[in-house]
Design a protein around this ligand. Structure first.
Ligand code: HEM
Length: 571
């Protein structure tokens, strides 16, 4: 369909919509056309002029009509909340939002549109979608009509090179099979032991010494970077049973971790690039596609090596009847596929890479936002400390240990105010700010939105935490108390608080993630006061996970014994 901004751009006589210029244009055109037609036919000048004038008037009328329709259609679309530009759709609005804060822009539009709007992307892209933050719609797509809303072909194709057939990228039976096995494993005592032991080791032998070094040298640290290293090592121990050692003194660069980071960054770029463009780039091995191919190769080589070594190890262990490992890789290696054969190395690689992706940065970015919020809410910090000290106090009456204080799993469980404060940070800054589904069969959302087969649906988790209709007028305030009833932590419906997704695809690592975050916060706050460096810029990065764009630079101040004693006495 023709449209006026295109004409404006491509033709020098673009001011044709102005009435005066329009007259000049018709006069000039009449003159030039009439002279050329005289040359051609040599017929009666007057009648030909009259005929040409009529032609020009028709052109003018058509142009005017065209401009009127274009302006009218633009105005009409504005009534739906946003201007829709021909060919570009709503992309110009999105671009202008990118300069500020895209998630806040989406929130603003959603609030205006009662929780759901239709985004019209450029005709050459795959950005057309329905965006929703309505809990009724979320329950519908995540639970009630789960089968009608898979991740879909588009998501799978875009991330296939990196994630293969792993749990994050799979639907139907492939997903079900992995989910079932992993779910049994995640809830087993063996797995709980692996996760608590590996976390304890990482926090006490690596995190605290690295932070202590920063305190000694009075230097600031990028807390987000340190936490990312911690959770990366931790999830590799869980998935592969291997510790890459990212969190070590001097914070070394680990090739596998760098390759993983590069691969995810390059893969995400595909979501904002027209499919034919990135496919062309992949074919020609150019730019981000070249980077993606190289980093995936490095990830694969690492995985192959781990799988090879583990196979040998398992064979020896089997002969010697040794203690069993309980990481995801070992668990899946011992299982058989539907035809009774062991899983292929490629499938084992996919499973591990997906688990690493799921658990590598979600908890660490959540903690970064948490510590940033705490910096401006000293009253919350005080309450957390009071809770921790009360627990420590109770313990000291039972057994006065001499070594460094290590929190026990049952103590972490008792920290309900801390759980509320972390949930509150996740409500405002969910690690996965938006998520995505595809419609299989035509459907209608509970709010009346009509969905055609193939429509992409984005659910805006970040926006949900900032809607009066869901959380009340104080929704933008950091108030852990909203999670407490009579001092006890009360969880919320997953369709209202969707930071961990909901329904059959609820985050498998949710319980472990809470444990991990609470253990880190308690161990850290008991020893240090975390002060964000004055003037440090804070903004979210546009990625699959909501990183802090500039990291989180902090100074750590050692907590004095008398300060802790003060809280002990309060209790
Ligand atoms: C604060 C921490 C975390 C948050 C906010 C979080 C959030 C989420 C979300 C939103 C999803 C749904 C993603 C999607 O389907 O597109 C998800 C899925 C998943 N998460 Fe987490 N996650 C966290 C930590 C973890 C950890 C530490 C692990 C593992 C060690 C983990 C393992 C998984 C797995 C395996 C899935 C896929 C579930 C499935 O598709 O059936 N998560 N998580």
């Amino acid at each position: 369909m023709p449209y006026w901004p295109y004409h404006l751009h491509h033709h020098s006589h673009f001011s044709c919509c102005h009435p005066n210029t329009m007259t000049n244009l018709s006069t000039n055109l009449t003159a030039s056309l009439s002279s050329s037609s005289d040359d051609l036919t040599g017929g009666g000048l007057f009648s030909r002029q009259l005929f040409l004038l009529k032609d020009i008037q028709i052109i003018e009328i058509l142009l005017a009509l065209f401009v009127f329709i274009a302006i009218h259609s633009l105005r009409q679309k504005k009534h739906q909340g946003l201007p829709v530009w021909p060919v570009l759709g709503m992309l110009p609005s999105l671009f202008s939002a990118l300069r500020h804060h895209m998630y806040d822009w989406i929130t603003e539009v959603l609030c205006r549109q009662n929780g759901t709007f239709r985004f019209k992307g450029p005709s050459f892209s795959s950005l057309n979608c329905v965006v929703t933050a309505d809990p009724r719609n979320l329950e519908h797509l995540l639970k009630t009509k789960f089968a009608n809303y898979p991740k879909g072909q588009y998501f799978r194709d875009t991330l296939r090179d990196l994630l293969g057939g792993g749990i994050f990228n799979a639907d139907d039976e492939t997903w079900q099979r992995q989910r079932k096995t992993a779910s049994i494993e995640f809830h087993s005592a063996r797995f709980r032991q692996l996760t608590t032991e590996s976390l304890l080791e990482l926090v006490h032998s690596r995190l605290l010494p690295v932070l202590e070094e920063a305190v000694k040298t009075s230097s600031s640290v990028d807390l987000q970077d340190v936490l990312l290293r911690l959770t990366f090592d931790n999830v590799c121990m869980i998935a592969f049973g291997v510790d890459p050692g990212c969190l070590s003194p001097g914070l070394p660069e680990i090739p596998f971790a760098r390759a993983f980071e590069d691969a995810t960054e390059a893969a995400v770029l595909r979501f904002v690039t027209p499919t034919w463009v990135w496919k062309g780039m992949r074919y020609l091995d150019l730019g981000s596609e070249r980077k993606l191919r190289r980093s995936i190769k490095e990830v694969d080589e690492f995985a192959e090596e781990v799988i090879r070594t583990r196979k040998k190890e398992l064979a020896i262990d089997y002969e010697n009847n040794k203690k069993e490992r309980s990481d995801i890789l070992t668990v899946f290696m011992k299982l058989k596929d539907e035809s009774g054969k062991p899983f292929s190395d490629q499938f084992l690689r996919d499973i591990c890479v997906n688990f690493i992706l799921a658990g590598r940065d979600t908890s660490s970015v959540a903690l970064s936002w948490f510590f940033w919020l705490l910096d401006s809410h000293p009253n919350v910090e005080e309450k957390i400390l009071a809770e921790i000290c009360k627990i420590v106090n109770g313990r000291q009456e039972l057994d006065a240990g001499t070594g460094p204080l290590v929190f026990r799993p049952e103590e972490i469980k008792k920290m309900e105010y801390l759980q509320a404060a972390i949930s509150e940070a996740l409500r405002l800054y969910p690690s996965v700010p938006v998520d995505h589904k595809e419609v299989v069969e035509d459907d209608v959302f509970p709010d009346g939105t009509v969905l055609k087969k193939g429509t992409k649906v984005i659910y805006a988790i970040y926006s949900m935490g900032r809607m009066d209709a869901i959380w009340g007028k104080d929704c933008r305030e950091f108030k852990p108390e909203r999670w407490l009833r009579d001092g006890r932590y009360m969880s919320e419906s997953a369709y209202k608080f969707t930071a961990f997704n909901g329904g059959p695809r609820l985050c498998l690592g949710k319980d472990f993630a809470y444990y991990q975050m609470k253990f880190v916060v308690a161990s850290l706050l008991y020893r240090y006061h975390v002060k964000v460096v004055k003037g440090h810029p804070v903004a979210p990065k546009l990625a699959l996970t909501m990183y802090m764009k500039h990291g989180l630079r902090v100074n750590l101040l050692k907590r004095e014994e008398h300060e802790l004693q003060k809280y002990m006495k309060i209790n």
